[in-house]
Design a protein around this ligand. Structure first.
Ligand SMILES: Cc1cc2nc3c(=O)[nH]c(=O)nc-3n(C[C@H](O)[C@H](O)[C@H](O)COP(=O)(O)OP(=O)(O)OC[C@H]3O[C@@H](n4cnc5c(N)ncnc54)[C@H](O)[C@@H]3O)c2cc1C
Length: 299
Protein backbone atom coordinates (compact mmCIF):
# COMPACT_ATOMS: atom_id res chain seq x y z
CA UNK A 1 0.00 0.00 0.00
CA UNK A 2 2.79 2.34 0.96
CA UNK A 3 4.29 1.98 -2.50
CA UNK A 4 1.08 2.94 -4.23
CA UNK A 5 0.66 5.97 -2.04
CA UNK A 6 4.21 6.98 -2.71
CA UNK A 7 3.90 6.46 -6.39
CA UNK A 8 0.65 8.37 -6.51
CA UNK A 9 2.19 11.13 -4.45
CA UNK A 10 5.19 11.15 -6.70
CA UNK A 11 3.06 11.49 -9.80
CA UNK A 12 1.13 14.33 -8.29
CA UNK A 13 4.17 16.19 -7.12
CA UNK A 14 6.30 15.51 -10.14
CA UNK A 15 3.54 15.89 -12.72
CA UNK A 16 2.19 19.03 -11.08
CA UNK A 17 5.57 20.68 -11.09
CA UNK A 18 6.65 19.90 -14.63
CA UNK A 19 4.11 18.34 -16.86
CA UNK A 20 0.44 18.11 -17.64
CA UNK A 21 -2.16 17.89 -14.89
CA UNK A 22 -2.28 14.63 -12.95
CA UNK A 23 -5.34 12.45 -12.79
CA UNK A 24 -6.66 14.46 -9.89
CA UNK A 25 -7.26 17.32 -12.29
CA UNK A 26 -6.24 20.94 -12.44
CA UNK A 27 -3.01 22.49 -13.63
CA UNK A 28 -0.65 23.25 -10.85
CA UNK A 29 2.17 25.69 -10.75
CA UNK A 30 5.40 24.94 -8.98
CA UNK A 31 4.81 25.24 -5.27
CA UNK A 32 1.34 26.66 -6.01
CA UNK A 33 -2.11 25.67 -4.89
CA UNK A 34 -4.79 23.80 -6.72
CA UNK A 35 -7.90 25.66 -7.73
CA UNK A 36 -10.35 25.74 -4.84
CA UNK A 37 -7.70 25.33 -2.13
CA UNK A 38 -7.89 28.10 0.41
CA UNK A 39 -4.92 29.67 2.04
CA UNK A 40 -5.77 28.20 5.42
CA UNK A 41 -6.24 24.66 4.12
CA UNK A 42 -3.43 22.18 4.61
CA UNK A 43 -2.07 20.83 1.37
CA UNK A 44 -1.83 17.13 0.81
CA UNK A 45 1.64 15.77 0.66
CA UNK A 46 3.12 18.15 3.20
CA UNK A 47 4.13 17.06 6.64
CA UNK A 48 1.91 17.67 9.59
CA UNK A 49 2.91 20.85 11.33
CA UNK A 50 5.53 21.58 8.70
CA UNK A 51 5.68 24.97 7.14
CA UNK A 52 4.71 25.22 3.55
CA UNK A 53 7.50 26.60 1.39
CA UNK A 54 7.06 30.08 0.02
CA UNK A 55 5.12 30.24 -3.21
CA UNK A 56 7.12 29.40 -6.25
CA UNK A 57 10.10 28.24 -4.23
CA UNK A 58 11.24 24.75 -3.63
CA UNK A 59 13.52 24.45 -0.64
CA UNK A 60 17.00 23.12 -1.24
CA UNK A 61 16.79 19.37 -1.42
CA UNK A 62 13.13 19.39 -2.55
CA UNK A 63 9.75 19.42 -0.87
CA UNK A 64 9.26 17.89 2.55
CA UNK A 65 8.81 14.20 2.11
CA UNK A 66 10.91 14.27 -1.03
CA UNK A 67 13.88 15.77 0.63
CA UNK A 68 14.96 12.83 2.73
CA UNK A 69 14.35 10.12 0.22
CA UNK A 70 17.55 8.80 -1.21
CA UNK A 71 17.48 9.04 -4.96
CA UNK A 72 14.85 11.79 -4.95
CA UNK A 73 13.49 12.74 -8.31
CA UNK A 74 14.23 10.75 -11.44
CA UNK A 75 14.98 12.50 -14.71
CA UNK A 76 11.33 12.47 -15.74
CA UNK A 77 10.49 14.46 -12.63
CA UNK A 78 8.74 11.60 -10.87
CA UNK A 79 9.73 10.33 -7.50
CA UNK A 80 11.44 7.00 -7.62
CA UNK A 81 9.57 4.19 -5.93
CA UNK A 82 11.48 3.29 -2.85
CA UNK A 83 8.99 1.23 -0.90
CA UNK A 84 9.53 3.42 2.13
CA UNK A 85 7.09 4.89 4.55
CA UNK A 86 5.80 8.32 3.61
CA UNK A 87 7.58 10.74 5.81
CA UNK A 88 4.51 12.95 6.19
CA UNK A 89 2.56 10.15 7.87
CA UNK A 90 3.07 8.78 11.35
CA UNK A 91 4.78 5.43 11.54
CA UNK A 92 2.53 2.45 12.20
CA UNK A 93 3.23 -0.75 14.08
CA UNK A 94 3.53 -1.73 17.73
CA UNK A 95 6.96 -0.19 18.27
CA UNK A 96 5.97 3.17 16.82
CA UNK A 97 2.67 3.22 18.71
CA UNK A 98 4.40 2.35 21.97
CA UNK A 99 6.89 5.16 21.41
CA UNK A 100 4.10 7.68 20.76
CA UNK A 101 2.15 6.60 23.83
CA UNK A 102 5.25 6.88 25.97
CA UNK A 103 5.25 3.17 26.70
CA UNK A 104 8.33 1.00 26.69
CA UNK A 105 8.97 -0.35 23.23
CA UNK A 106 8.45 -4.06 22.82
CA UNK A 107 11.72 -5.76 21.96
CA UNK A 108 12.42 -6.12 18.26
CA UNK A 109 11.76 -9.62 16.95
CA UNK A 110 15.05 -11.21 16.06
CA UNK A 111 14.73 -14.59 14.42
CA UNK A 112 17.60 -16.74 13.31
CA UNK A 113 18.15 -16.77 9.56
CA UNK A 114 20.21 -18.55 6.96
CA UNK A 115 22.72 -16.50 4.97
CA UNK A 116 20.11 -16.14 2.19
CA UNK A 117 17.82 -14.44 4.70
CA UNK A 118 15.29 -17.25 5.13
CA UNK A 119 13.98 -17.79 8.64
CA UNK A 120 15.40 -20.96 10.11
CA UNK A 121 12.67 -23.38 11.12
CA UNK A 122 12.59 -26.79 12.74
CA UNK A 123 10.61 -29.78 11.44
CA UNK A 124 7.46 -28.19 12.95
CA UNK A 125 7.97 -24.90 11.04
CA UNK A 126 8.83 -23.19 14.31
CA UNK A 127 11.39 -20.39 14.16
CA UNK A 128 13.97 -19.61 16.84
CA UNK A 129 11.11 -17.89 18.70
CA UNK A 130 8.77 -20.76 19.74
CA UNK A 131 5.73 -18.50 19.29
CA UNK A 132 6.57 -17.66 15.69
CA UNK A 133 6.17 -20.03 12.76
CA UNK A 134 7.36 -19.49 9.20
CA UNK A 135 6.30 -21.21 5.98
CA UNK A 136 6.88 -20.98 2.26
CA UNK A 137 9.50 -18.86 0.56
CA UNK A 138 10.51 -17.00 3.73
CA UNK A 139 11.48 -20.19 5.57
CA UNK A 140 14.23 -22.78 5.36
CA UNK A 141 13.42 -26.38 4.54
CA UNK A 142 14.96 -29.79 5.15
CA UNK A 143 16.60 -31.33 2.08
CA UNK A 144 16.61 -35.13 2.06
CA UNK A 145 19.24 -35.16 -0.68
CA UNK A 146 21.63 -32.94 1.29
CA UNK A 147 20.42 -34.24 4.64
CA UNK A 148 20.63 -30.66 5.80
CA UNK A 149 18.59 -27.53 6.21
CA UNK A 150 18.55 -25.48 3.03
CA UNK A 151 16.59 -22.91 1.06
CA UNK A 152 14.32 -24.03 -1.80
CA UNK A 153 11.67 -21.58 -2.97
CA UNK A 154 8.92 -23.63 -4.61
CA UNK A 155 5.14 -23.63 -4.40
CA UNK A 156 5.24 -27.37 -3.74
CA UNK A 157 7.32 -26.81 -0.61
CA UNK A 158 5.24 -23.80 0.39
CA UNK A 159 1.93 -25.65 0.42
CA UNK A 160 3.39 -28.57 2.35
CA UNK A 161 5.03 -26.36 4.94
CA UNK A 162 1.64 -24.65 5.33
CA UNK A 163 -0.01 -27.98 6.13
CA UNK A 164 2.68 -28.82 8.70
CA UNK A 165 2.51 -25.39 10.31
CA UNK A 166 -1.32 -25.42 10.40
CA UNK A 167 -1.34 -28.77 12.21
CA UNK A 168 1.23 -27.71 14.79
CA UNK A 169 -0.40 -24.35 15.50
CA UNK A 170 -3.77 -26.11 15.69
CA UNK A 171 -2.49 -28.59 18.27
CA UNK A 172 -1.97 -31.77 16.23
CA UNK A 173 1.81 -32.17 16.12
CA UNK A 174 3.13 -33.00 12.68
CA UNK A 175 6.72 -33.26 11.48
CA UNK A 176 7.78 -32.20 8.02
CA UNK A 177 9.40 -35.04 6.08
CA UNK A 178 11.66 -32.80 4.03
CA UNK A 179 11.72 -32.19 0.31
CA UNK A 180 13.70 -33.06 -2.78
CA UNK A 181 13.03 -29.80 -4.61
CA UNK A 182 11.34 -31.62 -7.52
CA UNK A 183 10.71 -29.25 -10.37
CA UNK A 184 10.11 -29.09 -14.10
CA UNK A 185 10.27 -26.73 -17.02
CA UNK A 186 9.12 -26.98 -20.62
CA UNK A 187 11.20 -25.04 -23.14
CA UNK A 188 9.79 -24.97 -26.68
CA UNK A 189 8.41 -28.47 -26.22
CA UNK A 190 11.48 -29.95 -24.53
CA UNK A 191 10.34 -31.14 -21.12
CA UNK A 192 12.96 -31.14 -18.39
CA UNK A 193 12.15 -32.65 -15.02
CA UNK A 194 14.40 -32.95 -12.03
CA UNK A 195 14.49 -33.95 -8.40
CA UNK A 196 17.18 -33.75 -5.75
CA UNK A 197 20.64 -32.63 -6.76
CA UNK A 198 22.36 -32.23 -10.09
CA UNK A 199 26.02 -33.28 -10.22
CA UNK A 200 27.11 -29.66 -9.93
CA UNK A 201 24.78 -28.91 -7.02
CA UNK A 202 25.94 -32.04 -5.22
CA UNK A 203 29.61 -31.18 -5.71
CA UNK A 204 29.05 -27.60 -4.62
CA UNK A 205 27.47 -28.96 -1.45
CA UNK A 206 30.54 -31.12 -0.84
CA UNK A 207 28.99 -34.51 -1.70
CA UNK A 208 31.16 -37.08 -3.41
CA UNK A 209 28.87 -38.31 -6.20
CA UNK A 210 28.87 -40.48 -9.30
CA UNK A 211 26.25 -40.60 -12.02
CA UNK A 212 24.85 -42.79 -14.74
CA UNK A 213 23.48 -41.51 -18.08
CA UNK A 214 21.22 -43.27 -20.58
CA UNK A 215 19.42 -42.20 -23.74
CA UNK A 216 17.00 -44.22 -25.90
CA UNK A 217 13.64 -44.13 -27.61
CA UNK A 218 10.86 -44.14 -25.10
CA UNK A 219 8.89 -46.87 -26.92
CA UNK A 220 9.99 -49.84 -29.05
CA UNK A 221 11.23 -48.82 -32.50
CA UNK A 222 8.14 -50.20 -34.27
CA UNK A 223 5.89 -47.66 -32.52
CA UNK A 224 5.06 -44.73 -34.81
CA UNK A 225 4.73 -42.19 -32.06
CA UNK A 226 8.05 -42.09 -30.35
CA UNK A 227 10.52 -39.72 -28.78
CA UNK A 228 13.99 -39.83 -27.30
CA UNK A 229 14.33 -39.87 -23.53
CA UNK A 230 17.51 -38.84 -21.73
CA UNK A 231 18.02 -39.72 -18.12
CA UNK A 232 20.72 -39.15 -15.50
CA UNK A 233 20.74 -40.64 -12.02
CA UNK A 234 23.10 -39.08 -9.46
CA UNK A 235 24.16 -41.10 -6.43
CA UNK A 236 26.54 -40.77 -3.53
CA UNK A 237 29.70 -42.80 -4.07
CA UNK A 238 30.09 -44.10 -0.54
CA UNK A 239 26.52 -44.88 0.50
CA UNK A 240 25.28 -45.37 -3.10
CA UNK A 241 22.04 -43.66 -2.14
CA UNK A 242 20.29 -41.79 -4.94
CA UNK A 243 20.57 -38.02 -4.44
CA UNK A 244 19.21 -36.74 -7.74
CA UNK A 245 17.68 -37.56 -11.11
CA UNK A 246 17.01 -35.58 -14.27
CA UNK A 247 14.95 -36.51 -17.34
CA UNK A 248 14.56 -34.75 -20.69
CA UNK A 249 12.23 -35.55 -23.56
CA UNK A 250 9.82 -33.96 -26.01
CA UNK A 251 7.24 -36.42 -24.70
CA UNK A 252 5.83 -36.34 -21.19
CA UNK A 253 7.96 -38.51 -18.90
CA UNK A 254 7.43 -36.28 -15.90
CA UNK A 255 5.71 -38.86 -13.71
CA UNK A 256 8.91 -40.89 -13.48
CA UNK A 257 10.49 -38.16 -11.40
CA UNK A 258 8.11 -38.80 -8.52
CA UNK A 259 9.56 -42.27 -8.06
CA UNK A 260 13.04 -40.76 -7.79
CA UNK A 261 11.72 -38.21 -5.34
CA UNK A 262 10.53 -41.01 -3.07
CA UNK A 263 13.78 -42.90 -3.61
CA UNK A 264 15.77 -39.88 -2.39
CA UNK A 265 13.46 -39.35 0.56
CA UNK A 266 13.79 -42.99 1.59
CA UNK A 267 17.53 -43.19 0.97
CA UNK A 268 17.16 -45.91 -1.69
CA UNK A 269 20.43 -47.08 -3.26
CA UNK A 270 21.09 -47.00 -7.01
CA UNK A 271 21.47 -50.79 -6.90
CA UNK A 272 17.88 -51.22 -5.71
CA UNK A 273 16.68 -49.69 -8.98
CA UNK A 274 18.56 -52.14 -11.19
CA UNK A 275 15.99 -54.91 -11.04
CA UNK A 276 13.01 -52.87 -9.92
CA UNK A 277 9.79 -54.20 -11.41
CA UNK A 278 8.69 -51.64 -14.01
CA UNK A 279 5.79 -52.63 -16.27
CA UNK A 280 6.12 -52.79 -20.03
CA UNK A 281 3.57 -51.87 -22.69
CA UNK A 282 4.69 -50.66 -26.15
CA UNK A 283 2.45 -47.61 -25.84
CA UNK A 284 4.41 -46.43 -22.80
CA UNK A 285 7.93 -47.82 -22.73
CA UNK A 286 10.32 -50.62 -23.57
CA UNK A 287 10.88 -53.90 -21.72
CA UNK A 288 14.32 -52.62 -20.87
CA UNK A 289 12.95 -49.44 -19.41
CA UNK A 290 15.16 -46.35 -19.47
CA UNK A 291 15.16 -46.29 -15.66
CA UNK A 292 16.28 -49.93 -15.51
CA UNK A 293 18.96 -49.35 -18.14
CA UNK A 294 20.28 -46.21 -16.47
CA UNK A 295 20.51 -47.93 -13.08
CA UNK A 296 22.17 -51.00 -14.62
CA UNK A 297 24.80 -48.70 -16.10
CA UNK A 298 25.87 -47.41 -12.70
CA UNK A 299 29.35 -48.61 -11.74
C1 LIG B 1 7.73 -16.47 -12.20
C2 LIG B 1 7.64 -17.55 -11.17
C3 LIG B 1 7.23 -18.81 -11.55
C4 LIG B 1 7.16 -19.82 -10.59
N1 LIG B 1 6.78 -21.07 -10.99
C5 LIG B 1 6.71 -22.06 -10.08
C6 LIG B 1 6.31 -23.37 -10.47
O1 LIG B 1 6.00 -23.65 -11.62
N2 LIG B 1 6.28 -24.33 -9.52
C7 LIG B 1 6.60 -24.07 -8.23
O2 LIG B 1 6.55 -24.98 -7.40
N3 LIG B 1 6.97 -22.82 -7.83
C8 LIG B 1 7.03 -21.82 -8.72
N4 LIG B 1 7.41 -20.55 -8.34
C9 LIG B 1 7.72 -20.30 -6.92
C10 LIG B 1 6.43 -20.10 -6.17
O3 LIG B 1 5.65 -19.11 -6.80
C11 LIG B 1 6.75 -19.66 -4.74
O4 LIG B 1 7.65 -20.58 -4.18
C12 LIG B 1 5.48 -19.65 -3.90
O5 LIG B 1 4.55 -18.76 -4.43
C13 LIG B 1 5.82 -19.25 -2.46
O6 LIG B 1 4.63 -19.12 -1.75
P1 LIG B 1 4.56 -18.18 -0.49
O7 LIG B 1 3.16 -18.29 0.00
O8 LIG B 1 5.66 -18.49 0.45
O9 LIG B 1 4.87 -16.70 -1.00
P2 LIG B 1 4.06 -15.85 -2.06
O10 LIG B 1 3.31 -16.70 -3.02
O11 LIG B 1 5.08 -14.89 -2.61
O12 LIG B 1 3.00 -15.10 -1.17
C14 LIG B 1 3.38 -14.07 -0.31
C15 LIG B 1 2.22 -13.09 -0.27
O13 LIG B 1 2.46 -12.16 0.78
C16 LIG B 1 2.15 -10.87 0.30
N5 LIG B 1 2.92 -9.90 1.11
C17 LIG B 1 4.23 -9.63 1.04
N6 LIG B 1 4.56 -8.70 1.96
C18 LIG B 1 3.44 -8.41 2.62
C19 LIG B 1 3.13 -7.53 3.70
N7 LIG B 1 4.08 -6.79 4.27
N8 LIG B 1 1.87 -7.49 4.14
C20 LIG B 1 0.90 -8.27 3.58
N9 LIG B 1 1.13 -9.11 2.57
C21 LIG B 1 2.39 -9.20 2.10
C22 LIG B 1 2.54 -10.89 -1.15
O14 LIG B 1 1.87 -9.90 -1.87
C23 LIG B 1 2.08 -12.29 -1.54
O15 LIG B 1 0.75 -12.34 -1.95
C24 LIG B 1 7.49 -19.54 -9.26
C25 LIG B 1 7.88 -18.25 -8.88
C26 LIG B 1 7.96 -17.28 -9.83
C27 LIG B 1 8.38 -15.90 -9.40
Amino acid sequence: MGEHVQDDEGRRQGGGARGPAGRHGGRRRRGGRRRGEGRGQPRQGLGRGRREPARGRVPAGGLPGQARRRGGQARDGRLRRRGRRRLDRPAEGPRARAARDGRRRPPALRLRRLAEGAYRVDRHQRTSDPDVYAVGDCATIWSNALRAETYIALATSAVRSGIVEGHNVGGTPLEAIGVQGSNAISVFGLNLVSTGLSVRAAEQAGLDVAWSDFADLQRPGFMRENAEVKIRIVYEKGSRRVVGAQLASTTDVSMAIHMFSLAIEEGVSIDKLKLLDIFFLPHFNQPYNYITMCALGAE
